[in-house]
Structure formats: structure tokens, C-alpha cells
Ligand binder design. Structure first.
Ligand SMILES: [Zn+2]
Length: 422
């Protein structure tokens, strides 16, 4: 399993080497040279079986039949419309379906096939129960409606494990779809770049869904991973749920802080879509401010000096909107003078009762720009406006496309990054 790194567009899939969780992936097989290749990574998550919209914006975005919400930007297009920008690789951070039906898997496979990118790395999310082999075998195949009336839909429409895998995991190599579970993967892209990516569909237990754990979970992110792809957010960063809870995982945050991939992308908490440019406070390898498990000490109200909780209004209501979402809970791990929020739902959603005229003008301009591009672009090369250097900074991205009501609401990310040449 140590293929010679020769990649052509037709055969690149053969040059993916995967290492299971817990196994030492060793030094990366390609890409140790100093030369780098500029690479565009298109990142999406939580599409739940929806298709890209092709229609003009709906007249009334709050109508029940409307496929998307435009956050008041009625003159702009949907945030997720055809065609998506071209990229060298697409990453889907899970929740390919809403109810794990075969129609939803087919819809997602069609969506991925339609993106103009030669490689698409895909993980599952907690909704994709058919893809979780042991969950399917033990909890679904033997499922009884009497046991769980709330899961009644499962018995009627759920794709079988075999069918879901056939549609997603066994797509034609020409489609470029690489379905992976937990582990480290070395991929040679057709543009000549070497990508080392860590993936994990696992999230903390919440309601007994697929790929969920109770207690701790080992996220073995190798120190030389370029990108960490997980379904769930790390504790404290872009994980602020409308319920007011921080829904991310502390073990995941620890692993990311230790490995410091240049990008950590995820979804799961739809309303926490956004980007955070985290500049690490300590040099790589230095033990963080608190090496014990995160506790209530990390309560945001203690950790922030400048955060005024009264400014955070309900984000579940359409009319009221937080002026500012709380900053990362794990703020003391970051050098706050150099870290910053690039985007979150409050930077795109119009809030007529709160926004000044300037705010409104700026939001309209930004929304129109992303809408025209079909993405929110971020350049993290050393020449870019958000330079990310390995070990110094991590770009955190919550890439959920749908909002809490499962309507298309948020933009994909297009990240420009320099990767080692294979
Ligand atoms: Zn989701």
C-alpha cells in the first residue's frame, strides 16, 4: 500500500491511501518537497439531500414552499445555486441526508457528481444512519416501531445499508467521490498537490443518532494533516446552538489544538455557520493554558472580558437577531489580538431593527458578491488576506448549507491554499 505518486485525472483515485483510526499513518508518502501547488478546496456540509437551486430568488422567502431563505436579501440569488464554483477538491462534512432515504442519497450523489471538481471527499453525519454499519445492523435492522414510535419513519423509508453504500460509497471512480469514515487519508490531486486529510463522522451523543459516542472519543489527527474534516464542531468554536448550548466536543478541540491543521471544517450545528481565524496563543507543542479536561471553568461568561451576553438575542426568532454571536469559548487558547471572526450568520443576515444604514449597505454588498460567486472565498496562502501558517493559525469553518428549518441558507466556502507538491 505505498503507491508511486503518479496521478492523472482518470486514475487519481487509485492514489488514495487510507489509514484507519488508531493506526500510525507514518510520514506522509508524498509532498515532502518544498514546492507547493495552489489548490482550491470547496467545502460544504449538511446538505441533507437538497439540490442546488436553479430558480431566481423566491418572492417571499418565508413562504412554506420556499426552498431557501435569503436573510432579507430579496434581490440576490440563493446561497447554494447552480453552478457551484470550480475547485480542485470538494469536501462534504456530512449529513448527506435528512432521513437516510435512498432518494436523498441519490440526490446527494447527483449533487456531488455535478460539481466541477475531480475529487470529492465525503463523510457521513449523524443523520446518515444507513451508512453506519453497526448502528444499522444492531439498531435499525431489528427496529420495532413499538419500541420507538418517534422513529417510526425509520421503518418505512430508510435506505438499507447496502443500498446507501452502493449509491454513495461505490460511485464510479470517474465521479471522483471518495467516501471515507474515520482515519487519515493521503490523496494525490490531479493538479499535482498532495493532501493529507483527517476525517471523522463522529459527534457527541445527542438523541441516539448514528456515529455518536458517550464520554470521550479519540480524534487521532496527525500533526502533519493539512485539513481536519469532522461532522461536528470542536468545543467552543462555531458551535453555538440556538438553544444557547455550546454543542461542540472538547476532545475534538484538544486534538485540533495539538495537531493544528491549517483548516478544520465541519457542520452539524446549522445555525453556527461561519469562519473563525484562530491564531494560536502558544507556540506549537507548548501545553495549552489548561491541560485537564474542559470543565465549567470554560463557561463563556467567565472566559470573555468584552463579551456582553445581553447583546445576544434569540437566534431562533426571525425578527430578532444577535448583534454579535459569542466569541469562541476556548478563547484563551487563541491570541485574541490576532484572531478574528471572518463571518457568521449575523454578518450576512439583515436585521432591520438593529443594523445601521451602513451595516445594511455593507451586508447587501457582501451578500450580492458571495451570491454572484456562489461561495464565500477565503485565501489562506501566504500572499492571501488570511494567511495561515502551519502550527501558527487554524482556519475554522462551519460549512452547514441548510439552516435549522432545513432550508438553504448559507454559502459554501472556497478556500485557496498552498499544498505540497506530490
Ligand atoms: Zn445537519
Amino acid at each position: 500500500m505505498d503507491p508511486t505518486p503518479v496521478a492523472t485525472p482518470a486514475t487519481f483515485n487509485r492514489y488514495t491511501t487510507s489509514h484507519p483510526p488508531g493506526a500510525d499513518p507514518g510520514p506522509r508518502p508524498y509532498g515532502s518537497a518544498r514546492a507547493t501547488v495552489r489548490t482550491r478546496i470547496l467545502i460544504i456540509s449538511d446538505t441533507h439531500g437538497v439540490q442546488l437551486t436553479t430558480e431566481p430568488p423566491p418572492a417571499n422567502v418565508d413562504a412554506p414552499s420556499s426552498p431557501c431563505t435569503l436573510h432579507g436579501h430579496s434581490a440576490s440569488r440563493s446561497p447554494f445555486h447552480y453552478p457551484l464554483p470550480e475547485a480542485d477538491v470538494v469536501i462534504h462534512c456530512g449529513d448527506l441526508t435528512k432521513r437516510s432515504t435512498i432518494e436523498e442519497y441519490r440526490s446527494t450523489a447527483a449533487l456531488l457528481r455535478g460539481v466541477r471538481a475531480p475529487v470529492k471527499i465525503v463523510i457521513a453525519g449523524n443523520h446518515d444512519v444507513s451508512l453506519h454499519d453497526s448502528y444499522y445492523r444492531e439498531r435499525v435492522a431489528s427496529f420495532s416501531k413499538d419500541d420507538r414510535p418517534d422513529f417510526g419513519w425509520l421503518s418505512r423509508n430508510l435506505a438499507t445499508n447496502h443500498d446507501a453504500r452502493t449509491v454513495i460509497a461505490s460511485s464510479s471512480p470517474d465521479d471522483g467521490i471518495i467516501y471515507v469514515e474515520e482515519g487519515t487519508h493521503d490523496v494525490v490531486l490531479p493538479n499535482g498537490a498532495s493532501l493529507r486529510v483527517y476525517t471523522s463522522p463522529w459527534t457527541p451523543s445527542y438523541g441516539g443518532w448514528a456515529f455518536q459516542y458517550n464520554g470521550p472519543h479519540a480524534f487521532d489527527i496527525p500533526a502533519d494533516a493539512d485539513v481536519a474534516v469532522t461532522h461536528g464542531p470542536p468545543k467552543g468554536v462555531l458551535d453555538y446552538a440556538a438553544s444557547g448550548d455550546r454543542a461542540g466536543c472538547e476532545h475534538l478541540f484538544r486534538a485540533v489544538e495539538k495537531a493544528r491543521p491549517r483548516i478544520h471544517c465541519f457542520g452539524h450545528i446549522h445555525e453556527a455557520w461561519g469562519a473563525y481565524y484562530g491564531h494560536w496563543a502558544e507556540a506549537p507543542g507548548v501545553v495549552g493554558p489548561d491541560d485537564t479536561a474542559m470543565t465549567e471553568d470554560d463557561d463563556p461568561h467567565d472566559a470573555y472580558e468584552t463579551f456582553d451576553s445581553a447583546s445576544v438575542l434569540s437566534i431562533s426568532s426571525n425578527r430578532s437577531l444577535p448583534q454579535q454571536l459569542p466569541p469562541p469559548q476556548t478563547l484563551r487558547y487563541f491570541d485574541t489580538s490576532r484572531s478574528r471572526r471572518l463571518e457568521d450568520i449575523t454578518t450576512i443576515k439583515l436585521a432591520p431593527l438593529i443594523d445601521s444604514e451602513d451595516d445594511t449597505r455593507e451586508k447587501r454588498a457582501r451578500y450580492a458578491e458571495y451570491s454572484a460567486l456562489g461561495c464565500r472565498p477565503v485565501d489562506i496562502t501566504m500572499e492571501g488576506d488570511i494567511p495561515v501558517e502551519k502550527g501558527q493559525q487554524t482556519l475554522f469553518l462551519n460549512a452547514a448549507i441548510l439552516d435549522r428549518r432545513y432550508k438553504i441558507a448559507q454559502f459554501p466556502w472556497l478556500v485557496e491554499i498552498d499544498l505540497p507538491m506530490a
